[in-house]
Ligand binder design. Structure first.
Ligand code: C2E
Ligand code: MG
Ligand code: MG
Length: 572
């Protein structure tokens, strides 16, 4: 082969290479490093995107543009690939000289010597910052709560899935379900803008008391879920819960408002004892259960007054699940006609004659059977259902009383229990008037039993009591002695009767005489009728009679009974 031919071929190849280089430089960011990663060539595009001059880059390694975004493992894997002589491809986030970030789609090609060892690396990169930003925005929208910028429930779910599926026996975790106390009233009184700002700041405070490995998300509304990973013991979780409660206790200043808020926290633990295997099929159920358990404990924390934390326990689970089921059933109970009313006689203690009756609600449900009012009345109160149910009882009792009177049965009064929620409801007086009108019952035959807790707001309750008085309806204080009524205002209240709580009558068998005697004396001095409830024995009866208490009720005379039974008793 002649020299010219070879030279010609060489020139052709060189021209081809030059063309490729030109095309590459036009399209891509190119850098060449030696086997240790020291940069010995960069093209213009590299300088433009990294905002470093060629002089600043040559002789350095790629750490100069490291953003800190990727983990050390990421780079270890990269290096082990190219050192093995293989091509590495991936997406890398880099940091430019001015502190801004950019993403590059990267291919690193190792060049091998005759012993197959890399002697240099050529990296070819393309700017994908725009695409990554869009991806990031989409991710942000899908996985983050726009108000607080905290992860949302989907991201929490993803995180929990990841952890639970890869968890070993020694790995312990906890879920804290946090709900702000009385947030709704802040929202209602100060407005949603303030409510939103408050949630934002709460999110920040919560975040500030967590560790790097902990995870916080906003579930929606004023609910947050905190996931504690790698915990060593229950004590550690208690510490976090206390830290959170402490962190929330200083006031928040938002606009011109100073807002005090607290939270209720429910905790479910996933500890070593729980050896239950979680797999791909069961993981969603497990997550739901863990969150539900924390939620249940949170409800209990609220129930005992808020601003505290509670751990989930099996007993608690059972109680709350029962309450939730009862609540579900109660919502349909009126419609399904499951309530009824029984009546307990109030008698003249001197001669045993029946004077009045007290109406008491009963609930019999197909699933749960007979349930005590002590159990379901609080649920009715919590859910507000006590208002329609209370109206139903009042109406039923007044109807019954009217019927008895029309039948010539001698009863001087019917007493109906009224819950504080019902009493304070703005419709209450209107309801009473309407019911009296509909049933045609003379108002003085109706007596309302309220508890001491009703009168905590003396001004407001005085107004309602006076209106009732003006209708000529009678009023009793029920369960007297168990609340905190102060005698000083009791005497100003337009009240007719005091009903001594049955626990005091019960204590007569021990050493309760002084208290009962005191209540009777006081009632008499204030010109109230004193009624004793829960009389069960002859002995209790004679003590009460001797003290001058003239009206009472209790199993000694009769249990609460049906209206027919009352009629029969009175007709005989
Ligand atoms: P309360 O108003 O103090 O009613 C008296 C309760 O004591 C009734 O229980 C009655 O059955 C019971 N009792 C009567 N005599 C005796 C006795 O000698 N010994 C004992 N151990 N107990 C006796 P009940 O019917 O289970 O009602 C419990 C509570 O539930 C009532 O206490 C009242 O606070 C509430 N409640 C019952 N019915 C209604 C209602 O229609 N509306 C509202 N708001 N509350 C009601
Ligand atoms: Mg009562
Ligand atoms: Mg009572």
């Amino acid at each position: 082969m002649d020299k010219f031919y070879i030279e010609g071929q060489l020139n052709k190849t060189l021209k081809k290479l030059k063309d490729i280089e030109f095309a590459l430089n036009e399209s891509s960011i190119v850098a060449i490093t030696d086997s240790r990663g020291i940069i010995n060539h960069v093209n213009d595009k590299f300088c433009t995107i990294s905002k470093y001059s060629r002089e600043e880059l040559i002789g350095k390694d790629h750490r100069i543009i490291n953003s800190g975004y990727h983990s050390p493992e990421f780079f270890r894997e990269l290096w082990s690939t190219i050192k093995n002589g293989e091509i590495w491809k991936g997406e890398i986030k880099n940091k430019a000289n001015d502190g801004t970030y950019y993403w590059v789609d990267t291919t690193i090609v190792p060049f091998l010597d005759d012993k197959s060892r890399p002697y240099q690396y050529v990296s070819i990169r393309n700017d994908i910052t725009d695409r990554k930003n869009i991806e990031q925005d989409i991710k942000q929208m899908a996985y983050y709560d726009p108000l607080t910028n905290l992860p949302n429930r989907y991201l929490l779910n993803r995180r929990l899935k990841e952890v639970l599926l890869n968890k070993n026996d020694k790995h312990q975790t906890a879920i804290l379900f946090l709900d702000l106390d009385r947030f709704k009233s802040i929202n209602d009184t100060l407005g949603h803008t303030i409510g939103d700002s408050l949630l934002k700041e709460v999110g920040q405070r919560l975040k500030s008391c967590l560790r790097e490995t902990d995870f916080i998300s906003r579930q929606g509304g004023d609910e947050f879920i905190i996931f504690l990973d790698f915990i060593n013991c229950k004590q550690e979780v208690i510490k976090v819960a206390n830290r959170i409660l402490d962190k929330l206790s200083p006031p928040f200043f938002i606009g011109n408002e100073k807002i005090l808020i607290s939270a209720s926290i429910g905790i479910s633990l996933h500890l070593i004892e729980d050896k239950q295997k979680i797999n791909k099929e069961t993981v969603n159920d497990s997550i739901e259960t863990l969150i539900k358990q924390a939620d249940i404990a949170m409800y209990y924390a609220k129930e005992i007054g808020g601003n505290n934390y509670q751990f989930n326990t099996p007993v608690l689970n059972e109680k709350i699940v029962r309450n939730l089921n009862l609540e579900k059933q109660l919502k349909q109970a009126l419609e399904k006609d499951e309530f009824s009313i029984v009546y307990q006689p109030l008698v003249n203690l001197t001669n045993g004659g029946i004077l009045r009756v007290e109406a008491l609600i009963r609930w019999e449900n197909s699933q749960f059977g007979m349930i005590s009012p002590m159990e379901f009345i609080p649920i009715l109160e919590e859910t507000g259902l006590i208002v329609p149910v209370g109206r139903w009882i009042l109406k039923g009792a007044c109807n019954q009383m009217k019927k008895w009177r029309d039948d010539g049965i001698q009863l001087s009064r019917i007493a109906v229990n009224v819950s504080p929620i019902q009493f304070k409801h703005h419709q209450f007086i209107k309801d009473i008037k309407q019911i009296l009108k509909d049933t045609q019952l003379e108002p003085e035959l109706l007596e309302l039993e309220i508890t001491e807790s009703v009168i905590w707001d003396i001004k407001e309750s005085m107004k309602i009591l006076k209106e009732l008085k003006s209708l000529d309806v009678k009023i009793s204080i029920d369960d007297f002695g168990t609340g905190y009524s102060s005698l000083s205002y009791l005497k100003h209240l337009p009240i007719d009767n005091l009903k001594i709580d049955k626990s005091f009558i019960n204590d007569l068998d021990k050493d309760g005489e002084v208290i009962v005697k005191t209540i009777i004396d006081m009632g008499r001095n204030l010109k109230f009728n004193v009624i004793a409830e829960g009389i069960e024995t002859e002995k209790q009866l004679s003590f009460l009679k001797n003290q001058g208490c003239h009206i009472g009720q209790g199993y000694f005379f009769s249990k609460p009974i049906s209206p027919q039974e009352i009629s029969e008793l009175l007709l005989n």
